[in-house]
Design a protein around this ligand. Structure first.
Ligand code: C2E
Ligand code: MG
Ligand code: MG
Length: 449
């Protein structure tokens, strides 16, 4: 009579088994395997729930360094402790691990300012050392916050926006920051820009603008800097800071720079034919200083044309691959290409850098020159930089000279060359030739200086 029972029990146990399995899968789908904390999906779900207005992500500073120092297991335990601590500090809110050393939670707040203030307080409060195997491990956190309900087409996920806010906090050395859409810009649009720039070279959308450099000693324009300009058919003028940065990041800077060098050499001949023998400065991105085939190209072009060129380089270049960069720079110097250290003072400006590079010129960043009239501190820095450069045998150019006062101050400090809107804005070749033909530029500057 009860012959069917074992089958029923068997069916029951299969069902229980399936239920358990489903529950396990559901748990896995919403939890981080390593720490057992919620995962990204769980945070996304919480963020879309009612009343939760902000997502906050908190990341352990120098995560990889700390993890490599204490090991993966200890790092997982540290994150669990931290997760519990953050949860307790925020009234029991569930904490998720988003990946690496990043934890996240959702909470309510009435403005970006108070959300950031709360995030900063959480960072401070969570800062106490975590004890692992009896030893204290000291960590610091940085936080990013984003409004959950905001409609943003380029970054629809509030967790992604909070993650970008975290990067923005780091970039601006803040403990916590809210997502700043303006600062983030339009990376998708920029990407299409990169694919268009190669065509721009062939379509004559790229031109060089030349900005004069004035020599204090001879009281003449002795050179020009070639600056790339791109007039996009739909977007209009695109800032070089944007498209050059993008081209550098995506490996397109080499063909662009080769184009600049060819164009600049051709234009130098035109200028010489019009009676203006000028050194032409070309900006060479750091990345190209570890590219030997670029160096071969440049050396061959200069050898074939006997051009009088100066390569303006920035110091980050040398930091990336110092040995190769220094070797390539030395080859440029041997070939008679002058080397200028651009934007000096804007970066780390280490003395080692000055000692290592065989440069001819140091170009003081315009941020020091623009404030020269008002700031005695800037004046002191500029004067001491000029003296330092001279003692190392380098000429000094000041960029960003906008006022007669700055020009006069620089002359008094023994600066060699000046560049800036006062002397001349970057203009196309035809306009430059016209300006140079007129007597006014140099004579009026000599009067002003
Ligand atoms: P940079 O080489 O430091 O060039 C100087 C920048 O300062 C130029 O900006 C110039 O227009 C601007 N400037 C000149 N005089 C003044 C002044 O008196 N006041 C102010 N406020 N600004 C002044 P631009 O043309 O927008 O170029 C920005 C940067 O883009 C350049 O900085 C350079 O790093 C890069 N760049 C431009 N063309 C090229 C290129 O062909 N190759 C590479 N790799 N970089 C380039
Ligand atoms: Mg430059
Ligand atoms: Mg510069």
């Amino acid at each position: 009579m009860f012959a069917f029972l074992p089958r029923l029990f068997a069916g029951e146990s299969v069902r229980t088994h399936l239920r358990d399995r489903e529950a396990r899968l559901a748990h896995m789908a919403l939890h981080d395997q390593e720490t057992g904390l919620g995962n990204r999906l769980s945070l996304e779900r919480l963020a879309s729930g009612p009343g939760r207005t902000y997502v906050i992500l908190l990341c352990v500073d120098r995560f990889e360094v700390v993890r490599n120092a204490i090991g993966y297991d200890s790092m997982a335990r540290l994150l669990v402790t931290l997760g519990h601590r953050l949860s307790a500090l925020s009234g029991g809110a569930p904490v998720a691990r988003i990946g690496g050393g990043t934890l996240g939670l959702v909470f309510s707040s009435d403005s970006d300012e108070s959300a950031v203030a709360l995030a900063a307080r959480l960072c401070e409060a969570a800062h106490a050392p975590v004890i692992l195997n009896g030893a204290p491990v000291d960590i610091a956190l940085t936080a990013g916050v984003a409004r959950a309900g905001e409609l943003n087409q380029s970054v629809p996920s509030p967790v992604d926006r909070a993650s970008i806010a975290l990067d923005q906090a780091r970039a601006t050395r803040r403990r916590a920051a809210a997502f700043d859409a303006d600062r983030y810009g339009d990376p998708a649009g920029n990407l299409s820009l990169v694919s268009e720039i190669m065509a721009a070279m062939d379509n004559n959308e790229l031109v060089l603008a030349y900005q004069p450099k004035y020599d204090f000693r001879t009281e003449r324009i002795s050179g020009v800097e070639a600056l790339m300009r791109w007039t996009h058919p739909r977007r209009g003028c695109v800032s070089p800071d944007l498209f050059i940065g993008m081209a550098e990041e995506t490996g397109h800077i080499r063909p662009l720079t080769e184009w600049v060098i060819r164009r600049a050499i051709a234009d130098q001949k035109v200028l010489a034919a019009a009676g203006h023998a000028l050194t032409v400065s070309v900006n060479v991105s750091g990345r190209l200083l570890s590219d030997e085939s670029f160096a071969e190209f440049a050396l061959a072009e200069v050898a074939a044309s006997a051009a009088d060129l100066c390569f303006e380089i920035t110091e980050t270049a040398v930091m990336d691959n110092p040995e190769l960069a220094l070797h390539i720079i030395a080859r440029f110097a041997e070939a008679g290409i002058a080397v200028s250290l651009d934007d000096y003072g804007a970066g780390l400006s280490s003395l080692t850098y000055l000692k290592q590079i065989r440069a001819d010129e140091l170009k003081i960043d315009k941020s020091f020159i623009l404030g020269l009239d008002q700031s005695s501190r800037d004046a002191l820095l500029v004067k001491s930089t000029i003296d330092l450069a001279h003692s190392l045998g380098l000429k000094v150019t000041a960029e960003g000279v906008e006022t007669p006062t700055a020009l006069a101050l620089l002359r008094g400090m023994g600066c060699d060359l000046a560049q800036g809107y006062l002397i001349g804005r970057p203009v196309p070749l035809a306009a430059l030739t016209e300006q140079l033909a007129g007597p006014t530029v140099e004579t009026s500057l000599a009067r002003q200086a």
